[in-house]
Design a protein around this ligand. Structure first.
Ligand code: FHN
Length: 470
């Protein structure tokens, strides 16, 4: 990964914007070929599981009878302004005795996911791993007392699933010196002291508890973030992804130091959220809760992360689950535009997945077992988008395979394909292998399909053609 000098942070906290600033833009001395090689598995994988888990799962979006008014349940400490000691007291109830990482990994694998990215530390600063840098970790602060990442890493290795860690590098609401993205009290609940609290957070860069500000940011970086990132990079075997998040108030110096640590895992892939993206672009772009237009991120490595309901961390009251059909079509849509899909699970405090997530994973798995060929190792559609579905492609020995995923089944089974002039070598339904007749009528290519859609989620037509689509 990248090398270079640290940019100068002046004594007054400002940054030297001289030449070194320009140096910072040079992410790495790696050649594009080496970068592409490193990302090869990730491009082929297409589908991963995001896991948001921590002490916040115990609240499940409710603080003392107050339903958190806005945002994901993993933000409850900030939005409801829970005092540091009180939040840390809650960890004494964190005892996920039903945590079975083998089962988690198996569920991910059966759903067709090829990698897992878990919150080693989210914004509440709670480490899911044993840490010498801060006692605010699962081993020291909970009755469970065991590292949660070790057995997950072992299960992933056993099952051939790549493992990545999410690490909230700047925001940390419990380890002193961490930054806070300021949120107004009304985003938590109507606290009678809201005005006073908001006035306080305004002049304290978002902090609501004096315990959060006993040391400066650089000390938090040097004494917590850097040693912890070393720990997660050194103690769990091969780590495939480092997923940074919310770079609020990050300094160039802190970002450089963190990025330097990535050399401990030479093949690691990182995202664009370490600091300002123009200085530290990372390897991947990370649209959140949205699927970009095909043109928006063309030629870039990108991964859309999304929730199955409306929250990242487990929330009791969130029943706004997307259907399996939507999730499957999202995966196809993203793949047809050249991206990856990182789909989130928010485990319950006892270590189990919500039943609704399990059901959806299983339905996605059923679809992908039959149609995975249209997803893994494919490239973006060469024919753009169309109203009834999406297309992915593979080029093999100079010829192309087009995979048309049909969402809206055509009347009488007659589907007009987008135009291409290549000779058609073979066309079948991917799931059954049944032949599909394609005829050229005037300007149009018409595929003759069964009258009723064989798969309500998406039926894939595999069309093998000569050469490459221009
Ligand atoms: O604030 C977080 C949020 O809790 C969640 O972790 C998502 C996942 O991408 N990222 C942040 C917001 O961008």
């Amino acid at each position: 990964m990248s090398g270079g000098m640290f940019a100068q942070v002046n004594t007054d906290g400002t940054i030297d914007t001289g030449d070194k600033f320009a140096d910072a833009k040079l992410k790495s001395d790696e050649s594009p070929d080496i970068i592409d090689k490193r990302l090869e598995w990730w491009h082929d994988a297409k589908f991963g599981m995001f896991i948001h888990w921590g002490v916040y799962a115990l609240y499940g979006g409710n603080y003392n009878g107050h339903e958190q008014a806005r945002g994901g349940a993993e933000w409850i400490m900030n939005r409801c302004k829970i005092p540091v000691t009180e939040y840390q007291e809650m960890a004494k109830q964190f005892n996920p005795v039903n945590y079975h990482p083998d089962a988690w990994v198996k569920m991910a694998k059966d759903a067709g996911m090829k990698y897992i990215v878990i919150t080693a530390k989210h914004h509440d600063g709670f480490a899911l791993f044993e840490s010498k840098a801060s006692k605010w970790n699962v081993v020291d602060a909970t009755p469970y007392g065991k590292d949660l990442l070790k057995p997950l890493a072992e299960a992933c290795k056993k099952e051939g699933i790549k493992l990545g860690f999410y690490y909230s590098q700047a925001q940390d609401w419990n380890n002193p010196g961490g930054t806070v993205a300021r949120r107004l009290m009304r985003e938590g609940y109507p606290n009678p002291d809201s005005t006073k609290i908001d006035n306080y957070t305004e002049v304290h860069q978002g902090h609501w508890d004096s315990a959060q500000e006993t040391v400066p940011f650089y000390k938090y970086i040097d004494e917590v973030a850097l040693p912890q990132v070393r720990e997660i990079l050194l103690n769990y075997g091969e780590i495939s992804v480092l997923w940074w998040d919310t770079p609020d108030f990050m300094t160039i110096e802190a970002a450089w130091k963190l990025q330097e640590l990535l050399k401990l895992q030479p093949n690691i892939i990182t995202n664009n959220r370490l600091m300002r993206e123009d200085f530290f672009p990372g390897d991947t772009k990370t649209p959140e809760q949205k699927i970009p237009d095909q043109k928006e991120l063309e030629g870039k490595n990108w991964e859309t992360c999304m929730t199955m309901n409306d929250t990242w961390g487990f929330r009791y009251s969130d029943n706004n689950w997307k259907s399996a059909e939507t999730l499957i079509r999202n995966l196809i849509d993203i793949t047809s535009k050249g991206g990856n899909y990182l789909l989130n699970i928010g485990p319950k405090p006892d270590g189990t997945f919500p039943e609704e997530s399990i059901q959806r994973l299983s339905e996605i798995g059923d679809w992908i077992k039959v149609n995975g060929e249209a997803i893994y190792g494919t490239k973006a559609s060469p024919l753009g988008l169309f109203s009834w579905g999406r297309c992915t492609q593979k080029v093999r020995n100079g010829n192309t395979i087009l995979y048309f995923s049909v969402f809206e089944w055509p009347a009488k089974g007659k589907l007009t394909l987008p135009k291409f002039s290549n000779k058609i070598l073979k066309s079948t339904l991917l799931a059954s292998g049944g032949k599909v007749k394609i005829t050229s009528i005037g300007e149009n290519l018409i595929a003759e399909l069964p009258a009723i859609a064989p798969d309500k989620n998406a039926t894939v037509i595999k069309v093998e053609i000569e050469g490459i689509v221009k």
